[in-house]
Design a binder for this molecule. Structure first.
Ligand SMILES: [Zn+2]
Length: 373
């Protein structure tokens, strides 16, 4: 099936390689660059859809692997599809399930046709193929669906050669399997940290009738330098008139570095995962909210932030909630962290529109305190 007519990307400005635009979808416009909060189990952990809307989220991501195993794609379809089921009215992106099969399943067997794996929930055996992944994503009814791919360890040359061969064949099968015109299908560039494999993959994906281009297999263990050099190779080869999505990347410095190279869409569990570990994200670095120095602090998490948590609550109160193991601690820090990343992409977008992104990025990166590993 060819390009979906109900989806299109409008570029509003370009500053260097950085782009500001709008991705139009049947469930609403997505201003780009954009960060998508992750709702693994059809819920962004500890945050309601109303709160997501209030903090300015426009696109959210959900995981095919998890929803396929529980509650099952048929049940979601029976309940009216993912938007109705989880009560999120805006655009939704689902991944293909491939990444989780390769990262979560203890027992798996990959062959030319697909992957057989053991459920991490109850040990039952399952099989995913390109056709099955598209079928599940069509039942879920998300707006943006992803091609089924194999994400190999980034530095293993032989593995990446084989995985890329499969990923390419599977991407073609996904294009053939898709039947719903109200969904956009994105192809995924793989190839580890190898310039020739990345080039080959990007050229092939760019030549196919995908609605958008994704870059997978980065931020999975390679160095920052390797990630940047792969982005430098891949992005200039991707179509100008389609959105570019860097999968699973969500630290503030990675966002700015990738936006400067021409990425439009990001997703990551980092803001909500850090929130459940008492770590607040700010535009200058992370803050451990359980630290004793916050015990008597009447100030908000971030005095420059206008999120609900920062407008209303003190560091002392949030630290108390964490100490008392109250659920509201996770909710407030999640709201703040998501707002911070949405604010960062919004500030980047304004800088691109005003043709001052490179000074914005330099200024941001020079002030950002990198977390200690
Ligand atoms: Zn805040």
């Amino acid at each position: 099936m060819g390009l979906s007519e109900s989806f299109f990307y409008t570029k509003l400005a370009q500053d260097g390689a950085a782009r500001a635009g709008i991705y139009h979808t049947p469930h609403g416009d997505i201003p780009t660059p954009i960060f998508a909060p992750v709702g693994t189990q059809a819920t962004v952990k500890a945050v309601t859809p109303a709160q997501l809307q209030e903090l300015g989220a426009s696109l959210i991501l959900s995981n095919t692997y998890h929803l396929y195993l529980r509650p099952g794609a048929d049940l979601v379809e029976e309940m009216g599809g993912l938007h109705e089921f989880m009560q999120w009215p805006g655009p939704i992106l689902t991944d293909s399930g491939g990444f989780q099969v390769f990262s979560l399943s203890a027992i798996r067997k990959i062959d030319a046709d697909g992957a057989t794996f053991k459920s991490h929930i109850d040990g039952s055996m399952h099989r995913l193929t390109p056709e099955k992944s598209i079928d599940i994503q069509q039942k879920l009814g998300s707006d943006i669906i992803m091609a089924f791919d194999e994400c190999a360890p980034p530095n293993d040359r032989a593995y990446n050669e084989q995985a890329l061969e499969r990923t390419t064949a599977w991407a073609q099968r996904c294009l053939d399997a898709k039947t719903r015109p109200d969904q956009a299908l994105f192809g995924i560039v793989q190839g580890g940290v190898f310039p020739d494999l990345r080039t080959q993959s990007a050229l092939w994906i760019a030549a196919q009738p995908f609605d958008g281009s994704a870059i997978g297999g980065l931020s999975v263990g390679e160095s920052k330098e390797e990630m940047h050099s792969m982005l430098d190779i891949v992005l200039p080869l991707l179509p100008e008139n389609k959105p570019r999505y860097l999968m699973g990347v969500g630290s503030p410095e990675d966002l700015v570095n990738a936006i400067s190279r021409g990425v439009d869409i990001f997703d990551c569990v980092l803001p909500t995962r850090l929130a459940r570990h008492q770590s607040a994200m700010t535009l200058t670095g992370r803050v451990n909210m359980l630290n004793a120095k916050h015990a008597h602090d009447p100030h908000p998490i971030d005095e420059t932030c206008a999120c609900y948590a920062c407008l209303h609550f003190s560091r002392a109160y949030i630290r108390h909630l964490i100490s008392a193991r109250e659920m509201l601690a996770s909710t407030l820090i999640s709201i703040h962290n998501l707002f911070t990343l949405l604010r960062l992409v919004q500030l980047s977008r304004e800088a691109i529109l005003e043709n001052r992104f490179s000074s914005f990025a330099q200024d941001f990166l020079s002030r950002y305190n990198y977390p200690i590993k």
